[in-house]
Design a protein around this ligand. Structure first.
Ligand code: HEC
Length: 119
């Protein structure tokens, strides 16, 4: 009985201390859902949160669909977020502060593979 209680307490403590760390979609469901990815529901929020503070005008304007699509068409969008640049071009890996989470990158890839639709 006493041992059972100790094990129970240890379990509770572990649950409490690690619980929140895994509190995001990817870990909760164990998978990243890349089906039915749309520009408005999935892609725009990722770009709004991570890119437009630097790319909201000029040569690279990611504030709207056409601007994002242009970077899909010249193939630099996925190249930059997948950190595929190396050597002297490493500064083109985006965002420069660190790679996006894997699920966001997978969603962008799924959207591009699906034709980068304005959906
Ligand atoms: C802190 C500012 C900053 C943020 C945030 C940022 N970028 Fe950039 N981005 C730059 C700069 C500066 C360059 C030019 C880098 C160079 O040419 O070396 C660039 C270049 C690019 C390029 C052109 C790459 C090429 O091959 O010429 C693309 C595409 C791009 N960014 C997309 C994005 C995307 C998508 C995000 C968000 C996931 C993002 N950027 C976030 C500053 C930023």
């Amino acid at each position: 009985m006493k041992i059972g209680l100790s094990i129970f307490c240890v379990f509770v403590i572990i649950s409490l201390t690690t619980g929140c760390y895994y509190d995001n979609e990817e870990y909760l469901y164990g998978t990243c859902d890349t089906s039915n990815v749309t520009f408005s529901k999935d892609i725009k929020p990722i770009i709004d949160a991570n890119c437009i503070n630097c790319h909201s005008g000029g040569a690279i304007d990611l504030t709207n669909y056409n601007g994002v699509k242009a970077k899909v068409l010249d193939s630099t969008l996925y190249k930059s977020i997948s950190y595929s640049y190396s050597g002297a071009n490493s500064s083109k890996n985006m965002p420069s502060s660190g790679k996006l989470d894997d699920c966001s990158i997978s969603k962008v890839k799924a959207w591009i593979d699906g034709g980068a639709l304005n959906n």
